[in-house]
Design a protein around this ligand. Sequence first.
Ligand code: DON
Length: 575
Amino acid sequence: MHRLASVCVALVLSACSSAPPVRVISARDVVAEGGAVVSVDVIASRVGAEILAKGGNAVDAAIATAFALAVTWPEAGNLGGGGFMLVRMADGEKAFIDYREIAPAAATPTMFLDADGNVDPVRVRLGYTPVGVPGTVAGLAEAHERFGSLEWAELVEPAYELARDGIPISDALAASIEAEQAELALDPEARRIFLLDDGTYRRAGMRLVQSDLAESLRQIADEGPDAFYRGAIAESICADAQSRGGLLTQDDFARYEAKVREPLGASYRDHVVLAGPPPTSGGFVLVSALRQLEGFDLKALGAGSGEELHLIAETLRRAFLDRALWFADPDFVGVPVADLLAEDHIDELRASIDPVASTFSDELAGDLDGTLIVDESEQTTHFSVVDSEGNAVANTYTLEESWGAKFVAAGTGIVMNNELHDFNPQPGISTTKGRVGTPPNTIAPGKRPLSSMCPVLVFGPDGRLKLIAGSPGGRTIPSTVLRVVTGVIDHGLSPRAAIDLARVHHQLFPDELVLEESHTRPANAKLESLGHVMRSVQRIGDAHCIGWDPILKRYVASADGRRAGSAAGVVPIEE
Ligand code: DON
């Protein structure tokens, strides 16, 4: 505990410094005067903003927020999962920190199949088979080593206290526990922590204490990432895995490395978009769609018009075909990203779009047969951070499904991912329902499953940071981000207005246009008349963004609000 104790002394000292007095405020939208954090959870956003108020930079705040979300938003915030952090410092340095999970050494391409060669619906989702070696702690440590300015322990400390002392359960967390209670009840540890003795679930306003998680966080604070990958936590998780027929070993943990990759950069109109390279496909799908859209005047068509939504859907359809054909972990498979974004290829895709008729996916895809869809839930979580210097972080991380593999590794308090579910589970079988069985993304030891996560930073013509964005939503993620980015760039909207635009999604298979039900009737009628098969859903994504507000001439952090969310910012105390 002595590192935590020294942090407390440091906090008292810094409170006595001569820095101008500031306080942290939280709301749905916050003008980011002294920096801001926006996430799905108000407590976690405030933890990040408090770090900014203490003089930490955007990366420090992002690390503290990520640890806090592991306590306050256990359905997706995590220590037992993985994700991507996109960083751009005010001095121009940038990095894409890839902390995606990896398949254990004993993983095989057919491990999710039953004796008949079909995907076993339980093995692919629940228990230890779909669990990848978690990357979150390594990713946050890598970010800290490269960019952090405060002590590591100081960034873990708030999460430790929240787990130890308990949090009030929010409406959103209560709804999440309720939604998953049947599967959480199957695991004795998850049941003990998140459900009540009588088998019902914990409700809003009750207190949630997570003592085992607090102890894991204390070890991570004191010993750094080695506690997780080489120490007591790895030992406990692997012992639990072995007792439940899992594949994870301590060697798998010791071998885990976060990777720092060059962000995928592209121009769109007179802006620069920075996004993620493989092993996520999210950045590529976003950029491919944007480059195709560059040939059309979206502004003239109007945000949310049937004509505009048709073009967005058609560009996504084509980007998703390239995704299925080529995308996977680039350390295992050559992914020709530059060729797929080259002018001639994009021109060809654009030329194949009929502005007055939808394309049939099976005609476009040729012999990429369709497949059973593995349903993708709405979980994962994205948060955005900016500090007073203009350093920016877009971070999306996940357990894959809501509550991952729906269990807690015994003795650790850590909810485990089911990320290996993102590999193509049945090699060779693709279907019109959405399953992809193309070769690149098959399971192999040490390989990262293909992702759709899409943290993004956008810069204006003057080089000024204009938008920090991202979202959960499985394959709908790049579609959500595309709607926000085109809202800001093409339609000149504030981040708030761009977040509030009704969203649209197409992923090639199933061949359907998914629309939020808030779309206008004329837009729906137009899309139907163009030949789209439409499916209406209540909501798509959850994009917590920070952006330059053209009217206020300030950065504003805006929570999405489709599920929950809050921004927290640092503001001066008026004397
Ligand atoms: O990495 C991915 O793309 C998925 N595992 C993310 C999962 C997700 O967003 C779940 N649904 N919202």
